[in-house]
Design a protein around this ligand. Structure first.
Ligand code: NAD
Length: 524
């Protein structure tokens, strides 16, 4: 694959060639080839766009952003519901494009890509006006003033997306930016550019055709977008690239939203419903061939139920249908260098004493097929338990108790999603509260993302900022604080000349407003 011969670095997910910072007109090359990973056949050739082409796209978006920001929220929502209708009309075609470029199964593409985006558009169309409407705040001592905050559009938002959910992770920040009154420029992954171009067509429109621009290219095109003068960068991808994006954005103090990698832990308590937990662990680690930022990447099971849990996991894995017939459970992997990461993590784990119970070797056929793999006898000396693997691999570790499980779960540079499995709801909530992660599920995994009202994002190296929920919409806005007179006074008390007894007046005011409230309540 011409643009996917990326190197694999220790301690991170696969990285792409062309990600070196290349400046200005030298950015970009003639074209990018994209392949069907199920068969290794060429799908399309798309332009590798230069920095000047990126800047031109940003300028077109900026021209559209002004009139768009002047619309009422309801008018913007109406347009985005039309875009959703187009998505629904073209659902089968979009699913075909997504599956051909990623190798995922149609059912996966519908539920995790199209449905997720429909939910997001629906939720913001219903709730966005309330979230963005100006809010009054109490003026405190300044009783003669009125104060409110107002959410304003940023201008043009740059969206840089990865290959693992090329539709959802491009559309979600893009439509959120539009709901908040911005225009957007999308740079899809060079591994999945035709999905990005299909997104551009969803926004093709006589009136608002320039509102969403799509630029294709590799890392250099992405960096050109970061440096193009956009008003915010919404980046979804690896930690390694996220740091480069943030460094490049620092030059112009462009704000960034970073949705990065994960190494999501699952804790299985001895009182868990083991059948459900095993099914959840297998689905959560294998769906999308394990290429999900919030995949279950490591399981900690209380020792008393470890063997029974592993047995149930193996039964579940045996029933997974992996194939390209279109009706299986999982498809191929998407990106050759990622398969190499999976192989490297497994080799390192086996070297250090891990046991592969099933799977473990890529399937001998054309395309990127890696079988469901279960590994035991693992520990934190292995990359498989500490670095993002991003493949259909489930490592399971026995622990003494849930405290040890929690300590190990939190012993990670990442903190994206996580899960706790127990039949005791209080215990579940206690453990969930102590989990160092942006998201936690009790007796389920991953699908908290599907609740659009819940903000989604990471702590630690898993990212900065949130998508979804009121937080996600406000990420795409800037807040302006406004103060105005409620009662007109000829002059403010503290203006010059400062009144002679202002200090005494201020102390009296302080005592009246704040004095002894705690002591009175405490009876002292
Ligand atoms: P990646 O970091 O290699 O690439 C992501 C995007 O960044 C691509 O479009 C790429 O062209 C672009 N890019 C590369 N170098 C750049 C640079 N210097 N400046 C600007 N843009 C640049 O990630 P990937 O391999 O496409 O995706 C997999 C990673 O994404 C995994 O780590 C996964 O966990 C993460 N991810 C996170 C989330 C989340 O919501 N937290 C969701 C999905 C994927």
């Amino acid at each position: 694959m011409a643009t996917t011969t990326g190197q694999v670095s220790a301690g991170d997910t696969a990285v792409l060639e062309g990600a070196e910072p290349v400046d200005d007109e030298t950015t970009g090359g003639p074209s990018i080839e994209t392949f069907d990973p199920r068969t290794a056949t060429l799908l399309a050739i798309v332009p590798d766009q230069s920095a000047s082409e990126v800047r031109a796209a940003v300028a077109r978006a900026r021209a559209a952003a002004g009139p768009w920001s002047n619309l009422t929220f309801k008018e913007r929502a109406r347009h985005l519901l039309v875009v959703r209708d187009r998505l629904l009309d073209r659902a089968e075609e979009l699913v075909g494009t997504i599956c051909a470029e990623t190798g995922k199964q149609p059912a996966e593409a519908v539920t995790t890509e199209l449905l997720a985006v429909c939910e997001t558009i629906d939720w913001y169309a219903r709730n966005g006006e309330r979230i963005l409407k100006p809010q009054h705040v109490g003026p405190g001592t300044m009783a003669h003033k009125s104060a409110w905050k107002r959410y304003e559009p940023l201008g043009v938002v740059g969206v840089i997306s990865p290959w693992n959910y090329p539709f959802t992770l491009s559309m979600t920040p893009t439509v959120t930016a539009l709901f908040a009154g911005n225009a957007a420029v999308l740079k899809p992954s060079e591994v999945t550019p035709t999905v990005g171009l299909a997104i551009g067509e969803l926004f093709a429109d006589d009136t608002w055709g320039d509102l969403v621009q799509v630029v294709t290219g590799g890392g250099a095109t992405g960096e050109a977008l970061v440096r193009s003068g956009v008003d915010k960068v919404c980046f979804t991808g690896s930690v390694r690239t996220g740091k480069r994006v943030m460094a490049a954005a620092a030059d112009s103090l462009t704000p960034v939203l970073l949705e990065l990698g994960g190494k999501d832990p699952m804790i299985v308590c001895d009182d868990a419903d083991l059948v459900r937990a095993a099914k959840g662990a297998v689905w959560g680690s294998m769906q999308n061939a394990g290429q999900t930022c919030m995949s279950v990447e490591r399981v900690y099971v209380e020792r008393g139920v470890h063997d029974e849990f592993v047995e149930k996991v193996l039964e579940e894995v045996a029933s997974i249908r992996q194939g390209d017939a279109g009706h299986g459970d999982i498809g191929s992997m998407t990106f050759e260098p990622q398969v190499a990461v999976v192989e490297r993590h497994l080799a390192d784990a086996v070297d250090k004493g891990a046991t592969v119970l099933v799977g473990g070797r890529r399937v001998e056929r054309d395309g990127l097929w890696f079988p469901p793999t279960v590994v035991v006898d693992v520990d934190h000396s292995m990359d498989l338990m500490t670095e993002e693997t991003f493949g259909p691999v489930l490592p399971i570790m026995a622990v003494a108790d849930s405290d040890e499980a929690l300590r190990l779960a939190n012993d990670s540079a990442y903190g994206l999603n996580s899960s706790v499995w127990t039949e005791d709801s209080d215990r579940g909530v206690q453990l969930a509260n102590r989990m160092q992660a942006g998201n936690v599920c009790i007796n389920d995994c991953l699908v908290s993302y599907a609740i659009t009202g819940l903000p989604f994002g990471g702590v630690k190296s898993s990212g900065i900022g949130r998508v979804h929920g009121s937080e996600g919409l406000r990420e795409m806005s800037q807040v302006k604080s406004v103060m105005a007179p409620r009662v007109k006074v000829p002059r403010e008390l503290w203006w010059f000349p400062v009144p002679r007894h202002l200090d005494r007046i201020a102390i009296a005011t302080m005592r009246a407003r704040f004095g002894s409230s705690v002591r009175t309540k405490l009876g002292r």
